[in-house]
Design a protein around this ligand. Structure first.
Ligand code: UD1
Length: 423
């Protein structure tokens, strides 16, 4: 078993290049199933979730080969209908995108119910309602979701919540339907736009991605063939935000490069409200922490609101800021499991339902802590960067799912993190 040993209180400074977006890549890879020819996907992050997804695609019949660490050639032309109930599909939540892609392409699909990070119940009822609206029959048997349609027909679909996963899954199926589908209350996250751009690039007709109404003119159940091509994934706004918060908690001065600054506005705004100096350039943001940070209230929201995937890291930061901050989680019903681990490091946080009241302490203190999910793990690393003494983080497999060489990259900015083997 491996752990991260973090020796805290080192100020971060310097430049860091941000990798491709995990959540965009996890949608674009299954979208390749819709292509009529091979595709090269560039700027893939080298993380466990992506390696797992490559295994899913291979087992479905794709020929996949890494061109280099961050580029993959995928040829989906050998894919046929397969029940995706193998381990890699069960491990990774985004394997549910295989449902939309296969349903659109073959009129049927079967995938094991999704795994992934556990922070509250994560139903897929909106995905299913969307497929049914397009004319599919959906049943769940023995942990596998089966979808089948003689013909997919475009339809108006209203989402009760602007779900990222449901919006993308419906897009993947609806691009092949007969006629127009209109998704109302669609998710506007940058990775929704990225997958729509990729699908348009290979021949789909999707308009309005990035707004809350998306129109899809279907390709009539495979009558119009899609192409292949080379596509580059957008930068990861969550990784960028993580480094921005790490700069702030260490009193540092860090420039996150190769990003789309507009994606970061909610994070930049909060850091400025806390007294950080945040300077935006064309494709980078520099964060300089002031001596005295101010407490702030944070409410997670769908894009362009403050991302739920940065809430745990923000909470770690606010634990070190004198005064009272309130953090409200509105996207997931229970995303404060990491708080008890932060408390082991001396944080003073009271959680009630979807709200956490954070009272800043003078110093966090290093402790043995354990990740309960990906961003929870990152919250504890963030806290460890500021804490006195040593923090040992276990269950780092969660962190490896979503961050490429996080120790090495934080160390390049001045952190002191070691990956150690323990019995
Ligand atoms: C995606 C991201 C995740 C991020 C989240 C919100 C991926 C692989 N994961 O997750 O990192 O935290 O967006 O930005 O891209 N819901 C339902 N029924 C459904 C679908 C969702 O009730 O059918 C609820 C969820 O329980 C949750 C909310 O809607 O409370 C938002 O979920 P959603 O946007 O779908 O998140 P994911 O796609 O699972």
């Amino acid at each position: 078993m491996e752990q991260l040993l973090i020796r805290g209180q080192n100020r971060l400074s310097g430049n860091i290049d941000i990798n491709g977006a995990k959540n965009a890549a996890l949608a674009v890879l299954p979208a390749v199933l819709c292509a009529g020819e091979a595709c090269i996907i560039d700027n893939l992050p080298a993380i466990d979730d992506i390696h797992c997804y490559i295994d899913v695609l291979t087992r479905l019949g794709c020929r996949a080969e890494l061109v280099d660490t961050h580029a993959l050639r995928v040829d989906p032309t050998g894919v046929g209908y397969t029940v995706a109930d193998f381990d890699s599909a069960k491990k990774i939540r985004a394997s549910y995108y295989v449902l939309g892609a296969m349903l659109g392409k073959f009129g049927k699909a079967a995938v094991a119910l999704p795994g992934g990070c556990n922070f509250g119940s994560r139903p897929i009822d909106f995905h299913i309602k969307g497929f049914e609206a397009l004319g599919a029959k959906v049943v769940i048997e023995h942990g596998i979701v089966y979808c089948q349609a003689d013909e997919l027909v475009g339809a108006p679909i209203y989402l009760d919540f602007a779900s990222v996963g449901a919006t993308i899954n419906i897009l993947l199926a609806a691009i092949n339907a007969r006629g127009q589908t209109v998704i109302e209350n669609a998710a506007k996250e940058p990775h929704v736009v990225d997958v729509a751009n990729f699908l348009n690039f290979i021949g789909a007709d999707i308009r309005g991605a990035g707004t809350n109404v998306i129109r899809i003119n279907g390709l009539d159940n495979g009558k119009i063939k899609m192409r292949g091509g080379e596509y580059t994934i957008i930068p990861d706004m969550i990784e960028a935000g993580t480094f921005m918060i790490a700069a702030a908690i260490t009193g540092g001065d860090v420039c996150v490069k190769n990003i789309i600054p507009k994606h970061m506005h909610s994070v930049s705004a909060k850091l400025r409200e806390m007294n950080c100096v945040v300077e935006e350039d064309e494709d980078s943001i520099r964060v300089r922490a002031s001596e005295l940070l101010s407490p702030v209230n944070v409410e997670t929201q769908v894009y362009p609101g403050f991302p739920t995937d940065l809430q745990p890291q923000a909470c770690a930061l606010l634990s070190t800021v004198q005064g009272q901050s309130i953090v409200r989680e509105t996207v997931f019903e229970s995303r404060f499991q990491y708080v008890s681990e932060l408390e082991r490091m001396g944080a003073r946080i009271t959680v009630s339902g979807r709200q956490a009241v954070v009272l800043g302490v003078d110093n966090l203190t290093g402790a043995d802590v354990s990740a309960t999910d990906l961003r929870a793990g990152m919250s504890l690393i963030t806290a460890g960067l500021a804490a006195t003494g040593e923090t040992r983080l276990s269950n780092i497999n969660y962190v490896d799912r979503g961050y490429e060489d996080i120790a090495g990259r934080l160390n390049s900015l001045g952190a002191d993190i070691e990956r150690i083997s323990v019995l």
